[in-house]
Design a protein around this ligand. Structure first.
Ligand code: TXA
Ligand code: MG
Length: 343
């Protein structure tokens, strides 16, 4: 299949430039599109044949359900049982980087929910994503637009590297502003559970919902044989080809010294903060130490760059675990297959 790349600058695109992509979706084909979190690989969420193509293009296991993307909150209730807690979250954070898992009404294509009786709904804030969904006229089912197991794509270039020839159109809407996938919260009758941390932090969710439990697989490897609450939370994920080690130390200076020394060996790639190690082709900067939002924006790109340089091993700092740091920690622990180096 020939893949066409079209550009839609979020600041000044014409809606008409998305009509070809919307037609392709209506015809049951795949379109990769930008969102504020990561790029998505979309199909008409009511067309099961189309949705199945997503699993094939990504090499994604059939039992891992997809998120349904809507252009407006008001459309969600056709597909999901939306209660007051959902609308409270929607008022506070939608459109935005939040996904809510609710009881499904069984209207969407069966492959979207992979046999579960719940469905994940999200209203992205990226204008190009919302225009595309509106033009399609149906909710768009979309996972991240990477090959299964690779870091999620935060630029159109990442999508091209993973999916060229497997998708009809890739819409280039620039770099993603959050850089990590959406926060996922599940609303059961009697409780709310954080399944995946993201740009909407645990603290922000608790401010609206009160008590929010954290699924055990957010920060621990799943117990052998245990069924994770979210099927996508497998042990190894978002992974670069070279093994990644998360470096943890009480003292920042000690860790910086470790990065500096590690960077002297060309077989290592070092992902660190500005000022930790001198610039070199195997050193990749997350940003200044305090700015975890910037670390989130850059992380997946840096994991890919470290890999492309042919590193034998990659070192990166263990994140804080507070605010967006919890999402960084969750993604980095998975990318590292829970390998931590205490120094
Ligand atoms: O930011 C995002 O959420 C991006 C953009 C494209 O919107 N999408 C994304 O999709 O990250 P994906 O498929 O890479 O991750 C979705 C996660 C998976 O871990 C999946 O198991 C979980 O959501 N999920 C989907 N439906 C679910 C459900 N009904 N119950 C529990 N987990 C669900
Ligand atoms: Mg994904």
């Amino acid at each position: 299949m020939k893949t066409h790349v079209i550009t839609a600058d979020p600041e000044r695109y014409e809606e008409s430039c998305l009509s070809g992509a919307a037609d392709l979706l209506k015809a049951g084909e795949l379109v990769a599109f930008p969102t504020e979190t990561v790029y998505g690989l979309g199909a008409d969420g009511t067309n099961d044949t189309a949705v199945k193509k997503i699993f094939e293009a990504k090499g994604r296991p059939q039992n891992n359900p997809l998120i349904l993307h809507f252009s407006n909150v008001s459309e969600c209730s056709e597909f999901a049982e939306c209660d007051d807690r959902f609308y409270a979250l929607a008022d506070a954070f939608m459109p935005g980087p939040l996904t809510v898992v609710l009881p499904s009404k069984g209207i969407c294509a069966p492959s979207v929910t992979a046999g579960l009786d719940s469905v994940a709904v999200r209203v992205p804030v990226h204008p190009v994503a919302r225009s595309l969904i509106k033009a399609c006229g149906k909710p768009i089912a979309a996972p991240s637009a990477n090959l299964s197991g690779r870091p999620s794509p935060t630029t159109a270039d990442h999508v091209i590297k993973d999916l060229d020839g497997k998708v009809g159109i890739i819409i280039d809407g620039g770099a993603c502003t959050v850089g990590l996938e959406s926060t996922i919260v599940k609303l059961d009758k009697d409780k709310a559970t954080l399944l995946r941390p993201g740009g909407i932090t645990l603290e922000m969710l608790r401010a609206v919902l009160g008590e929010v439990a954290v699924a055990p697989e957010v920060l621990s490897p799943p117990e052998p044989g245990a069924v994770p609450l979210s099927p996508g939370m497998l042990l190894k994920h978002y992974s670069p080809k070279a093994p990644l080690y998360l470096v943890r130390s009480e003292k920042h200076e000690k860790r910086a010294e470790f990065f500096r020394e590690s960077a002297l060996c060309g077989e290592n790639a070092v992902i660190c903060f500005e000022g930790d190690a001198p610039a070199s082709k195997n050193v990749f900067y997350l940003g200044t130490r305090e700015d975890e939002a910037e670390h989130a924006r850059r992380l997946f790109d840096l994991l890919r760059l470290a890999d492309e340089g042919g590193a034998k091993r990659i070192y990166a700092p263990m994140p804080s675990g507070d605010g967006i740091g919890l999402a960084l920690q969750n993604r980095m622990l998975r990318a590292a297959a829970f390998r931590i180096k205490d120094i």
